[in-house]
Design a protein around this ligand. Structure first.
Ligand code: V47
Ligand code: SF4
Length: 381
């Protein structure tokens, strides 16, 4: 396996400065603990500033997990519940609509909707969630369903990805989040989420979404049983689809949180590993505009530092996050706009509020819950 030598690192530096693409071996050198983290970070910061200048983006958003009941049992998941467990729930229309109203009252531009694959709910219920929210709150962007959920809808309906996505878009789906990617390599995937959508399913769904004009995000769950090779392989697979379609907006590395999971014996990744993963992602994914430091999962201090290690986005102010808090995250429930902006300014960056599709958001100073969409933000990719 390729490892650190100063000659190997100098060659990577030359490639990055010349805007050339890094190889699998380059990625392995960058992940080698002997390669000084601050140098990897500095290099990633050059790319970050080339693409996004001094900007650091955020949005005002909320989450909706309409059910936590799930037919699968991914070993890393603390959120899921069985049908008969006390913690299991499925929200009513009234509860879902109340979340929409709360989002509007708080000036949210986005609702991030994902959840379990309920044993007894039909596809029509999931469609109805999107339809109900979109009809009641048409300005709220619905970023909904991971590829794993779309794959489940294929199983339930025996219909094509395309026809499901077209129907969801007609109902109000605005974009798709990047979850469910975990680690694509079968050596790992078969051990942590054996039965759910595999890499081919995940990519077919995102490819089809991009062909239909739907923007999506992508993720990688790291810090469990995978190694550096599996991570770099994962990033290269994402880079290849992006070459083909250009439909990914943001990459979000997701640090494993072990509490209450089937992998609770594993220690959660250190802040140094988090920063290295942000930096390596920025360097490998030369064709993806944004790298998100999801503060809920990283913790606030690491997320701020990540803005100098390749990240240019902090996700949002967030409300009602469950997936990480069920797995032991100790971050606050939400941040106010003032707090998230202050974090960014403190890190020496310029805070810019965006919507889900990376357009500037203008707020009415006399009533900040009112907003309008401004110009498209263009990263230099
Ligand atoms: O797919 C589940 C991960 C994902 C754990 O697209 C865990 O903007 C760590 O995808 N420890 C869902 N990770 C979250 C997600 C996401 C988050 C923020 C923004 C966006 C976006 C997407 O969370 C799952 C899985 O990979 N996950 N359990 C855990 N214990
Ligand atoms: Fe179900 Fe998603 Fe949890 Fe896997 S990660 S058990 S699919 S809720």
């Amino acid at each position: 396996m390729a490892g650190f030598t100063s000659a190997a690192f100098d060659a990577i530096k030359d490639k990055v400065l010349a805007g050339e693409r890094l190889s699998l071996d380059d990625g392995l050198v960058l992940y080698d603990p002997a390669t000084p983290l601050h140098e990897v970070g500095q290099l990633a910061n050059i790319v970050r500033e080339r693409k996004n200048g001094n900007a650091a983006y955020y949005n005002i958003n909320t989450h909706l997990n309409a059910t936590n009941i799930c037919v699968y049992r991914c070993t890393f998941c603390a959120f899921r519940s069985d049908l008969r467990e006390a913690k299991g729930y499925a929200m009513s229309d009234e509860q879902i609509l109340a979340r929409g109203q709360e989002a509007i009252d708080n000036g949210c531009t986005e609702m991030h909707i994902v959840g379990g694959l309920h044993h007894q709910r039909k596809y029509e219920w999931y469609l109805h969630v999107v339809q109900t929210l979109h009809n009641a709150y048409p300005d709220l962007h619905l970023k909904a369903w991971t590829a794993v959920e779309i794959n489940w809808f294929e199983f339930l309906t025996k219909r094509s990805i395309r026809s499901i996505l077209e129907e969801q878009m007609a109902a109000g789906l605005g974009s798709m989040p990047g979850g469910g990617a975990e680690i694509f390599h079968p050596e790992v995937r078969s051990k942590i989420c054996e039965h759910k959508a595999d890499a081919r399913n995940w990519f077919d769904i995102h490819r089809t979404a991009h062909q239909l004009g739907l923007k999506t995000n992508c993720t990688m769950l790291y810090g469990h049983i995978e190694n550096a090779f599996h991570r770099i392989d994962h990033l290269i697979r994402l880079r290849e689809l992006q070459d083909e379609t250009g439909g990914f907006q943001t990459f979000i590395p997701l640090a494993f949180h072990p509490e209450n999971t089937g992998l609770s014996h594993i220690k959660k990744p250190s802040a140094l590993m988090d920063l290295r993963t942000i930096a390596v992602s920025r360097l490998m994914l030369d064709n993806i505009a944004h790298i998100k430091a999801y503060w809920i999962m990283l913790g606030i201090g690491t997320a701020q530092s990540a803005l100098a290690y390749g990240a240019d986005d902090l996700d949002g102010t967030v409300r009602h996050e469950l997936i990480y808090h069920d797995a032991g995250a100790t971050t606050p429930e939400l941040l106010t706009t003032e707090q998230i902006r202050r974090l960014i300014v403190e890190a020496g960056r310029e805070p810019i509020e965006r919507d889900t599709l990376y357009r500037r958001i203008e707020r009415d100073p006399s009533n900040p819950a009112r907003w309008s969409v401004g110009e498209q933000i263009l990263a230099a990719v």
